[in-house]
Design a protein around this ligand. Structure first.
Ligand code: ZN
Length: 158
């Protein structure tokens, strides 16, 4: 188990476009394992490789706490509907903001063995997929926040 340092907003690495994964190597396998450990340690529901400083198109997501998805070179095939709700990011600690996302997404990705698969998600899973995929193109949810970015504590007091 290895926890990696999570890069925070202001770090240039979060603004870069990540590169496609062409082959699975022991190093990339280790990266995926570390990303899962790092996400769980931080109580996050998703993490993109650039958030630990590696510019590869790899995302891990787990909205239930027991069923992680590893998404390599993910691509959105279809979206539908709309949901508006609070979002946060491990790279923007202590903050939250309201973002509108599709309520349904269908993606194509490759698993840790580089086998292609499709995944459909609604609600929180759809939101997490959209959020994480944007990291791979150097974007943070704060660019999409409706109104102001809030302190996490302000939200809890309400
Ligand atoms: Zn994020």
């Amino acid at each position: 188990m290895a926890i990696r340092n999570i890069r925070e907003i202001g770090d240039e690495v979060l603004t870069k476009t990540c590169k496609e994964v062409k082959e699975m190597t022991p190093r990339t396998r280790q990266l995926i394992d570390d990303m899962l450990d790092t996400m769980y340690e931080a109580n996050g529901v998703g993490l993109a490789a650039c958030q630990v400083g590696i510019l590869k198109r790899i995302v891990v997501i787990d909205v239930t706490g027991e069923d992680p998805y590893v998404l390599i070179n993910p691509r959105i095939l279809e979206t539908d509907g709309e949901q508006t709700g609070s979002e946060a990011c491990l790279s923007v600690p202590g903050k939250t903001g309201v973002v509108t996302r599709p309520n349904y997404v269908k993606i194509k990705a490759f698993d840790a063995e580089l086998r292609p698969f499709e995944l459909e998600g609604t609600e929180l899973l759809a939101r997490a997929i959209c959020h994480e995929l944007e990291h791979l193109d150097g974007h943070l949810y704060v660019e999409r926040v409706e109104g102001e970015l809030l302190e996490m504590e302000d939200m809890e007091e309400e």
